[in-house]
Design a protein around this ligand. Structure first.
Ligand code: THU
Length: 131
């Protein structure tokens, strides 16, 4: 099983951010999911002239991992434009909950400075249909 350090995953998320399509907000976000298979899946935010049709980087990466057969997602790394740490939006937190009950979410400023969370940290008292 291939191993990635947090530093390597953050580097990949910074690469993914370069693929952001964000001409409306000029706010680029990159994400990387480390799947249980050991493979990584990159995501970027992809905007649309009809604004709600756009997709966040986190969901792009998660849906890519799931679409490629991953059943367990171990890590999700998020990086964004500017010099600040970005935390996942509310909709993405609900999606993270669905697929990453036991995974780690890493919100990074750069390869050295980052914060690590579980979904229970980010979305307490959540809505669930499955037990
Ligand atoms: N965005 C993300 O990709 N992830 C987040 O967690 C916050 C917001 C994107 C959506 C939109 O393309 C841009 O950032 C500004 O909201």
């Amino acid at each position: 099983k291939e191993k990635y350090t947090n530093k390597q995953l953050i580097k990949l998320a910074l690469k993914a951010k370069e693929n952001s399509y964000s001409p409306y907000s000029n706010f680029a976000v990159g994400a990387v999911v480390l799947g249980g298979s050991g493979k990584v899946y990159m995501g970027a935010n992809v905007e649309n002239a009809s604004f709600p049709a756009g997709c966040c980087a986190e969901r792009s990466a998660i849906y890519s991992a799931i679409s490629n057969g991953e059943k367990v997602l171990d890590k999700l790394v998020i990086v964004a434009s500017g010099n600040d740490i970005v935390y996942p939006c509310g909709i993405c937190r609900q999606v993270i909950l669905e697929h990453m009950k036991n995974g780690k979410i890493i919100c990074a400023k750069n390869e050295i400075e980052y914060e690590e969370f579980s979904i229970d940290d980010l979305l307490p008292k959540s809505f669930n249909l499955k037990k």
